[in-house]
Design a protein around this ligand. Structure first.
Ligand code: ATP
Length: 264
């Protein structure tokens, strides 16, 4: 894998519905290397989630190609085996883990289920792996015994991350994964993601409308508007010296480090 991007998206186009419908993703190309975080940013309707849905196989591209770990993902998986194989390479963490967590299932069982799907382990090895995953995301064995309702939003998002990591994927796509959290909890989850990445070299595709979040997590940025790339490059360059008026406008509406709230 060394040196090869884990994600390669080339000339991606997506239209919903008839052939004359507008392209909601229009000729988008980017790569993501192992151990790096690419942020897809842009205002509502820019096409960010559609790109995430194509990467995760929930949507099919109209044209263009998507490769994950060198394998073509442009067509949907045909078999359960192929879906599982793809899941072992790429996992999704969505904005609201309530949609992916069964409200009646204990957290330990939810994580054990994800472990069992991707690794052949004995029951005792599986319990050990669940403990390791809970520990990796800053939760305790006690949390394994409760249902999602007993957890805070930040803790639920940690569970969603643990479930994604159970597959030991090369890539995690995070679609507005911290948007619903308070800023301080957001910072904790972003720190956790950074720490996990340093250990595992997992690549992240981070979908967000929030440039303050981009500042904390991204190595590279793709700025989208109406489905097209406005600007792309290293996060430092884009955030500190944006070249395009649209990026400048996005940045101007985002608090910067050192920003203090106006007096009340
Ligand atoms: N299933 C669908 N059918 C038809 N149109 C869709 C569908 N999903 C998204 N769209 C349209 O595609 C465009 C891009 O939507 P998308 O959700 O990808 O944007 P986004 O940048 O993620 O926005 P947001 O931040 O609001 O989620 C929008 O105009 C949206 O209405």
């Amino acid at each position: 894998m060394s040196g090869d991007p884990v994600i390669r998206v080339s000339h991606l186009v997506k239209r919903y519905g008839h052939a004359d419908a507008p392209n909601v993703v229009d000729d988008v190309s980017f790569t993501v290397d192992q151990g790096r975080t690419l942020a897809l940013v842009g205002e509502s309707g820019a096409g960010k989630s559609t790109i995430g849905a194509i990467l995760t196989g929930l949507q099919t591209a109209t044209s263009g190609t998507v490769q994950v770990c060198g394998e073509d993902r442009s067509r949907p998986a045909r078999s359960t085996r192929s879906r599982r194989h793809r899941g072992s390479q790429l996992q999704l963490v969505a904005q609201d883990p309530f949609t992916s967590l069964n409200p009646r299932q204990k957290i330990g069982d939810a994580i054990a289920e994800a472990v069992a799907l991707h690794c052949r382990l004995s029951p005792s090895q599986r319990r050990e792996r669940v403990r390791e995953l809970l520990d990796a995301v800053g939760l305790t064995p006690h949390h394994a015994t409760v249902t999602p309702r007993a957890l805070s939003g930040g803790q639920r998002q940690r569970v969603a991350i643990a479930r994604a990591l159970a597959a030991q994927p090369e890539v995690v796509v995070l679609d507005e994964a911290v948007s619903a959290l308070d800023v301080s909890v957001q910072a904790q989850v972003l720190n956790l993601l950074n720490d996990l990445q340093a250990q595992t070299r997992t690549a992240y595709v981070f979908i967000t409308h929030d440039l303050a979040v981009v500042r904390q997590i991204a190595h590279d940025v793709v700025v989208l508007r109406h489905g097209r790339i406005v600007e792309q490059g290293e996060a430092n360059a884009i955030l500190n010296q944006p070249q395009q008026p649209y990026t400048q406008l996005l940045l101007a509406s985002t608090p910067r480090p050192g920003w203090t709230p106006p007096p009340r």
